[in-house]
Each structure stands twice: as C-alpha cells, then as structure tokens.
Design a protein around this ligand. Structure first.
Ligand SMILES: Cc1cc2nc3c(=O)[nH]c(=O)nc-3n(C[C@H](O)[C@H](O)[C@H](O)COP(=O)(O)OP(=O)(O)OC[C@H]3O[C@@H](n4cnc5c(N)ncnc54)[C@H](O)[C@@H]3O)c2cc1C
Length: 416
C-alpha cells in the first residue's frame, strides 16, 4: 500500500458540483473519501443556476437545503414569452401545489453559492479535499482502483469516481466519443438590481423564446442580483470557423427581439463565451472499479436546466445503492462495490439518457420560426397553470432512476 500517496475507500476525481455531491453522499455513508481537483482552488465560474425540486430534495436529504435557501431565491413563476412580441406563452407557479407535489422548492442560486454549500458540506463531513492534482489515467489493479496523477503521484481506492466534467480524462475508459457542439453559444452575466431595473418579472424565471436564440433572466442572492443568460445559434460555427460566436454575432442574433430583450444584453459579461456542448448518451459508465458521474457521464444541453440537478441525483442514488451493501451495520464490504456500481449505472444511465435527449428536442422547440413558431406558441398557450404532465417525469418524487424518497443516513450507524 505504501507505494501510493493515498489509499482510501473512495477517490473522487473532480471538484465540481458532481464530485462534491458524490464525495458527500459516500462520506455520509461512512466511507473515507478523498477528492482531488486539478485547479489550485475550489470554485465555480459562471452565474446563476436553476435547481429544480428533484435536486433540492437531495440537498434536503443532506440537511443542506436551508443553507442554499439562505443565499438563493425561490422564484414565484417560470414564465415563457415570445422574444419577438413579448407575449406571455405560459406560466408555471412554483410555490404552493408545485412545491407540495414535488416535495421541495424550486430554487435559483448563484453557482458559486451552491458550490460553496456543497464544499462546506464536504469539509464538515470530513472529506479529504486536495487541490493541484491533475489526474492523467486510471486502471483497476487487483480489484482496486488506481489513479495516476501528474508528477508521478498515484492514488489507490476501492472505488474511483470520475466526476471530471464534459472533457473527462476518465471517460475514454468506457467510450471513444467526443463532445457534440450544438452550434449555440451562451453569454452570461449578473448585475445588481437597482431602482432603475425594470420591475416586470423580477421575482420569476423568465425565458424569452426567439428564432435561433433565447434569453433567460432570474433573480439571485435574495433578489439583489439579476442573472441573464443569452444563447444564440452562431452563423460562424455554420461556416466552420473555430472561434465562433463573437460579440458581434450576439447583438445581431437579437435584432428582431423586443426592447426588453435587447436591453437585457447590456447585463451580459462579454469576456467569456460559452460554446454549448453535450454528448450522445452512453450505456456503460463502469470500467473495473471506476465509475463516471455528472457531466463526465451524461453532459447535456442546458435547456431543461438539469446538468447539475442530475449530478445531485447521481450522488443520492450512489448513496442508496451502497447503503446496506457496501456499507452495512456490520462494517464496510468493498467487494460489494462491483454490483453496486453496475446497479447505479443501470438506473442512472436510462434516466439521464432521457434527460439528455429531451433537452435537445426541448431546445429545438424554443428556437423555431415561421409556422413551427406559431404552432409552438399555440401549444404553450393552451397549457394551464399547474398542468404537471410535462414536469412529473423530471421533478417527480418516485420513479426509475430516482433516489429513494427516504434518506439513508448510515454514518452514525456504522461501527467506529
Ligand atoms: C449556460 C449553462 C447553464 C446551465 N444552467 C444549469 C441550470 O440552470 N441547472 C443545472 O442543473 N445545470 C445547469 N447547467 C449544467 C451544469 O452547469 C453542469 O451540468 C454541472 O456544472 C456539471 O458539473 P460536473 O461537476 O459534472 O462538471 P464540472 O463542473 O465540469 O466539474 C469538473 C471538475 O473536474 C475537474 N477536473 C477535470 N479534469 C480533471 C483532471 N484530469 N484531474 C483533476 N480534476 C479534473 C475540473 O477542474 C472541474 O472542477 C448549465 C450549463 C451551462 C453551460
């Protein structure tokens, strides 16, 4: 064992939302968990994040929802508008019946705030967090996972979790695919809410749908900040240019939109552009004692606002499948990981593939023009508030691939 820098029960590669959630989930079950991250510091870039009840239920399970609510906002409605007329197309109330049905609130939160809540959760639970570790490869040796990092540092664990994001280093152990570009680019930004900020929709998540573009706005940090995301199809991507989606294209993309949308472009930071990628779903996430989770396993387009939410679900299911199998009242049984990660893979790959595929189709319906736009608008307008038929499969409390409704909290039951 001494040839390895660290020998641990679980080694998590990647300190984004997925890695932190996975580390916390298994630490809650009583595992010794080490998480390694290539960046010199933990953190998140970007602005806001929508956390639907399927994810806030997971935070509730870990006792972290209150902390998220302290810094987040519970928006009143999710509102869709036509970006070229401003007309309201449909509105979903997010309190009351919605929250009751799904057992947790819809929350919008600054990414860095959610990341910090998870990081502090890991610190408090006793996850060993290590920065400046660039993982290069992983293999399974004598039934244990071995991770090779830069500068010849090696780690050994019963289970290795690859939570290293869209461009995962560990995914090639299970697939030879590449990220798929959607030809869309996002710009994001947050600005303080001032008395001059137009008051309309300030308590809601508002999505303006336009031809080949959309714009999302919602409040953050108790309503002190306004978050704006603009996403448009890049003509220079279609021409095969490498640096596609520049600021000139941003403004051109919204030229036919209502003044409220055009004015909102001023809220965007233009220093970073975010080309939007996903991957085709894959069935197998397991190689020996390595399993993928989060964007490394199932990166998706952001139209359902579910990438991080699905990572939280992953973590909770990983916690469930190892409860009573790997982690039992009699102690830890590492041999049970083989079956547990296959069970995890089976239920989660089916569910996340559906989310990945639906996100693509949902995005297409947002960006149509002409007759398709007329029909889309008619369909949206025919929907009644609190019609849950489009939400239940995604936010519902029970169903295949979802975490168990009751939280297992095993750490206290395990022998010390
Ligand atoms: C515009 C936009 C809007 C979005 N909105 C939402 C939303 O509203 N709701 C939602 O749920 N999701 C949303 N998402 C998706 C969400 O941001 C992602 O799904 C989520 O952040 C993925 O987390 P992750 O931990 O899997 O990956 P990442 O955040 O990419 O984290 C991976 C981590 O691994 C580290 N790493 C990578 N390689 C290595 C290596 N070799 N060695 C060590 N460390 C490594 C990285 O440094 C990083 O910290 C949005 C995405 C975009 C682009």
């Amino acid at each position: 064992m001494s040839e390895y820098t660290t020998s641990t029960d679980v080694l998590v590669v990647g300190g984004g939302m997925a890695g932190l959630a996975g580390a916390l989930a298994l630490r809650e079950n009583g595992a010794n968990v080490t998480l390694v991250e290539r960046a010199p510091e933990f953190g998140e870039v970007g602005a806001g994040l929508q956390m639907a009840p399927n994810a806030s239920r997971v935070l509730k399970r870990w006792g972290l929802l209150e902390k998220a609510l302290e810094v987040g906002v519970q928006p009143k409605h999710l509102v869709f508008r036509d970006a070229t007329t401003g007309e309201e197309l449909t509105r979903q109330s997010l309190g009351g019946e919605f929250e009751e049905r799904y057992g947790a609130p819809y929350v919008v939160i600054h990414r860095s705030d959610l990341h910090r809540v998870l990081l502090e959760g890991c610190e408090a639970a006793g996850v060993k967090l290590v920065n400046d570790v660039m993982v290069e490869s992983s293999e399974t040796v004598d039934g244990r996972g071995v991770v090779h990092a830069a500068a010849g540092v090696d780690y050994e664990a019963d289970l290795v979790i690859g939570a290293d994001g869209l461009k995962s280093t560990l995914r090639p152990l299970v697939a030879t695919d590449e990220p798929v570009s959607s030809a869309y680019v996002a710009y994001r930004g947050t600005v303080p809410v001032t008395p001059e900020t137009p008051a309309t929709d300030l308590e809601d998540v508002v999505v303006y749908l336009g031809p080949d573009c959309h714009l999302v706005q919602y409040p953050l940090r108790k309503g002190e900040l306004l978050n704006t995301v603009a996403v448009f199809k890049s003509p220079s991507f279609e021409r095969g240019e490498e640096q596609y989606g520049g600021v000139d294209e941003l403004h051109a993309a919204y030229k036919d939109c209502v003044p409220a949308v055009q004015a909102a472009l001023a809220n965007l930071g233009t220093g970073i552009r975010w080309p939007m990628y996903d991957r085709d779903p894959i069935e197998n996430w397991v190689a020996g004692r390595m399993v993928l989770m989060g964007d490394a396993a199932h990166p998706m387009l952001q139209y359902l606002a579910q990438g991080a939410c699905q990572a939280l679900e992953d973590a909770a299911v990983l916690q469930d499948v190892s409860t009573g199998t790997v982690f039992t009242a009699d102690g830890v049984n590492p041999a049970a990981w083989d079956e547990a990660i296959v069970a995890f893979n089976t239920v989660r790959a089916a569910r996340t593939a559906r989310v990945q595929r639906t996100a693509r189709v949902w995005g297409e319906s947002w960006h149509v023009s002409g007759l398709a736009r007329t029909l889309r608008n008619l369909l949206f307008k025919s929907r009644k508030d609190n019609d849950f038929q489009y939400n239940d499969w995604l936010y519902g409390q029970t169903g295949e691939g979802l975490p168990a409704p009751e939280a297992p909290r095993l750490a206290s039951q395990l022998p010390v």
